[in-house]
Every structure is written in structure tokens, then in C-alpha cells.
Ligand binder design. Structure first.
Ligand SMILES: [Zn+2]
Length: 465
């Protein structure tokens, strides 16, 4: 049986009613041939040999497509799901920050690995993961996910000078890279850095971090222009962040510009950067991103839930930017489901522009796959089903009642009616990581129990506060 996590070098053929390569038209009764972890061919299935070939797996009424690329998440925060509800952005992030102190290293790893299992269950094969505790690297290594782990760095309120903060970060990055090497996972896990946000990173630290990223060959992810509270701080020195800074005697000069321009002027985008959220941006900001090669993580569900706003997705795409979809953490989502994210992107763009042409179903599917791969700098390896690319794919069942009788248009079915629970198989680099309820690489019941214990501890801490 070649379809196991233990035999990544196997060669086999996967068939389905529809193969959706994303960079080409859907193929009816299609087949993808995988060899040594890479895609060898994509085309029509030759049904003459179906009955005899042992290496063929035919999924029938299903679509076979590239694994989803979730460009922005925080796997470590899985344990916070449903804990911080009905809150505006500022109190939400303050409560989250306070609760982090109550988790142990083991809690963080269990939380992140449980989150990785949820990604696989939802057909996600690649993540752009922003990590504070550093536990998500272990989660990616254990789960078999591909991705970039952006190590977060903060600085506002810290007495340390910029060069000391950079040196400390460089030590953490070196340890993470060594861990990836010793695990033999260099082909699927990369390390990056995340200067967290304009309200947590002082302006002079941005260029120091970008210079370090360039020296070390790292990509960056920066949360920018997410909430009205952030805009008020940057553009007017007002609002809840400014009030908190005043209480703590943290000096702050309003820049009277947009958050994106503020980070750009500081030199924050002078290294390859994924700008996360970009809700409060305009055509000038989009042109600014384009000049610097900045890509965008669009997180429509999280932005809606936290009352942040609706990003000008059409404007960002029209500027030629590489844009991918991100779930953000389940502390603000609450479910990892890229189908929901595609729908939120379509509905948000159309509602904002009052135009059904503001985002098509094909564009939404592109954002969730190849667009995301491009935004992370991985489009040469993943994001579409094409010969030579890594065998990162998922199989989505199209035989549910909620699809009937739409299974004759696979893109419409995937974007408008599919759910994460329709995912039947998830594979990265030719390794089966999720298969009809089974996770060959993970002990999910043990992870759930461990995360449940951490959660009980968090509830106690909240009651005591
Ligand atoms: Zn985030």
C-alpha cells in the first residue's frame, strides 16, 4: 500500500471526477501521478488500466486540487479558541497577551500541534505561521506540514537597544534553523522573522530587523493596518494604544500617515515581506507595496470578527500584488476552513465594491492556493498541480447533499458550497498526512487531552484575575 506517511518515496496515481490544477482549466476524469514526493503528470485518466493497477486510488465524485496555503496563522493560539469572545481588537489583544504567561512549553507544543492537525483536516498543506513561543516549529515538524515559521519580535516598552534585540532574535533563529536541519526538514520548513506590528515594534527597530533579514536570507511577516485602534495610534497618536503608552510612560510621536506608509518610511519593508491584514490601506499604500515587492495576507474572517474592517482586496490585486488568504489564529476566527475564507473574501470584496465582479470564484481559489504560495515565495515549488512541483494536494468530496447537483462545476462547488469537513485526503510532499479521519503522523486524541488540560488551567487563571 503506497499511500502511507511512512513511504514518502512511493509512486502512485490519484484519480477523481475532477482534477483542478488552478493554473489550468479543470480536467474531468483526471489523474495526478506522484513519484518521489513530486508531481510527475497531470491529465486525463486512462481508464483502460484502472481495474488492474494496484497503485491507483480513485476518489470518484471528488475534486483533487493543490493543498491550501494558509498564509497567516498562529498555531500556538489553538488553545485560546472560544475563550476571548465578543471583544474589540484592543481588549482582545491585551487579554490574549496576559493569558500567554500561564502556558508552559509543553502546553504551547500541544496547542500548536493540535492546530496543525486541524490544518491537515481542512486540506491545508502549507502555513505562514507567526510564532511567539517558538512551539509551532515542533508542530510543523511533527505534523508533516510545509511552511514558513516567522519568529515574532517585539520592542516597544523594552529597555533593550535595537542591536541587542536583533542579536537575541538571531540566536533564536539560528537554533530554529539547526532544529530544522537535524530533523531533515529543510525541503519543507523555512524560518523567517515577524516584526510583530507598528504598535509593538518601535520605528528604529524596523530597518535593523529588515537589514538582519537580508543578511540572513529570511522573509518577514508584519501585521499592518489591521484595526482602527492601530490607525488612530499611528495617524493621530490617539485611541486605546496611545492611552496605554501614556500610562506606561512610553513616548510616542504620531506620524500623521497611514500605518503602511509609516512602516515603509521607517524601512520596515526593505526586505522580502508579507504584510498581514492591510485592512486600512488604499491605492497609494498598494502602490507602495508594489514598489517594494511586498505581498499581502488577506484574513477576511478574522478582520470581520474583530470588527477591524474589510480590506480593499480588489485595489490590492489591481496593484499587481501577490495576495494569499489567511485564517489568522482560531482565537479570532474560530475555525480553520479555507472554503469559508474564500467565501468571506468573495462576499467582502463584492459587498465593499457593490460589484459582483469585484472577485470571481476562480480568483478566490487562486488566492487560497497559488496566490498564497506566491505571497510566501514558494510558487516555484507548490500552489498548483503541475509536473515538477511538490506533491502537495487535497481531495475534496463533492457527493454531499450541499453539493447536489453542482458537482458538474468543480470551481463553483469548491468556492461556494464546500466545507473543510468535505476534505477526504491531505498530502504534502507525497506523504499522506490525513486520510478519511486518520492522521498517520499524529496522536490526535492525546493532543486533545493535553490541550484540554491547558485550557482548564487558562479558565482558572481567568477566574482568579
Ligand atoms: Zn496574526
Amino acid at each position: 500500500m503506497p499511500l502511507t506517511a511512512a513511504s514518502p518515496a512511493a509512486s502512485f496515481r490519484l484519480r477523481a471526477r475532477w482534477v483542478v490544477p488552478v493554473d489550468a482549466a479543470p480536467i474531468e476524469r483526471g489523474e495526478v501521478v506522484v513519484e518521489d514526493g513530486r508531481i510527475v503528470s497531470v491529465g486525463r485518466a486512462d481508464h483502460r488500466d484502472t481495474a488492474v493497477a494496484a497503485d491507483v486510488r480513485d476518489f470518484g465524485a471528488a475534486a483533487l486540487l493543490p493543498g491550501f496555503v494558509n498564509v497567516h496563522c498562529h498555531l500556538e493560539y489553538t488553545v485560546f479558541r472560544g475563550l476571548l469572545e465578543e471583544m474589540a481588537f484592543f481588549p482582545w489583544i491585551r487579554a490574549l497577551t496576559a493569558l500567554k504567561a500561564h502556558l508552559t512549553e509543553d502546553d504551547w507544543v500541544a496547542s500548536a500541534t493540535l492546530g496543525a492537525a486541524e490544518m491537515l483536516r481542512a486540506g491545508v498543506t502549507t502555513v505562514g505561521e507567526c510564532a511567539d513561543a517558538g512551539a509551532s516549529l515542533e508542530a510543523l515538524l511533527a505534523a508533516g506540514l510545509r511552511g514558513v515559521v516567522f519568529r515574532e519580535v517585539f520592542g516597544i516598552g523594552s529597555p533593550e537597544p535595537a542591536d541587542a534585540i536583533v542579536a537575541e532574535l538571531a540566536g533564536r533563529v539560528a537554533a530554529m534553523r539547526a532544529r530544522v536541519r537535524e530533523s531533515g526538514a529543510e525541503d519543507r520548513v523555512r524560518v523567517g522573522i515577524s516584526p510583530h506590528a507598528p504598535y509593538t515594534v518601535p520605528a528604529p527597530l524596523f530597518p535593523a530587523l529588515a537589514a538582519y533579514a537580508n543578511r540572513a536570507g529570511l522573509r518577514q511577516a508584519i501585521h499592518v493596518a489591521e484595526s482602527p485602534a492601530e490607525v488612530a495610534l499611528i495617524s493621530a497618536g490617539a485611541g486605546p494604544f496611545a492611552e496605554m503608552f501614556a500610562r506606561r510612560n512610553i513616548p510616542w510621536q504620531p506620524a500623521n500617515v497611514s500605518p503602511a506608509r509609516y512602516v515603509a518610511d521607517a524601512g520596515g519593508f526593505d526586505a522580502p515581506t508579507l504584510a498581514v491584514h492591510c485592512v486600512h490601506t488604499d491605492a497609494d499604500d498598494a502602490a507602495r507595496f508594489a514598489r517594494r515587492g511586498v505581498s499581502v495576507a488577506h484574513c477576511p474572517k478574522s478582520n470581520g470578527k474583530l470588527g477591524a474592517g474589510v480590506a480593499p482586496l480588489r485595489t490590492l490585486l489591481d496593484a499587481g500584488l501577490a495576495v494569499g488568504l489567511g485564517t489568522d489564529s482560531v482565537a479570532s476566527n474560530n475555525a480553520v476552513d479555507l472554503f469559508e475564507e474564500m467565501r468571506a473574501a468573495v462576499y467582502g470584496a463584492r459587498a465593499r465594491e457593490q460589484d459582483t465582479g469585484a472577485l470571481t470564484a476562480n480568483e478566490a481559489l487562486h488566492l487560497a492556493t497559488l496566490g498564497g504560495a506566491t505571497a510566501l515565495g514558494l510558487d516555484g515549488e507548490i500552489g498548483s498541480l503541475a509536473p515538477g512541483k511538490r506533491a502537495d494536494l487535497c481531495v475534496v468530496r463533492l457527493d454531499g447533499l450541499h453539493h447536489a447537483p453542482a458537482e458538474d462545476d468543480p470551481v463553483a462547488a469548491l468556492v461556494y458550497s464546500a466545507r473543510a469537513s468535505d476534505v477526504a485526503l491531505t498530502m504534502a510532499g507525497g506523504r499522506v498526512l490525513y486520510d478519511a479521519g486518520a492522521f498517520p503522523a499524529l496522536d490526535v486524541p492525546a493532543l486533545r487531552a493535553r490541550a484540554g488540560a491547558a485550557r482548564a488551567h487558562l479558565r482558572e487563571a481567568m477566574r482568579a484575575a
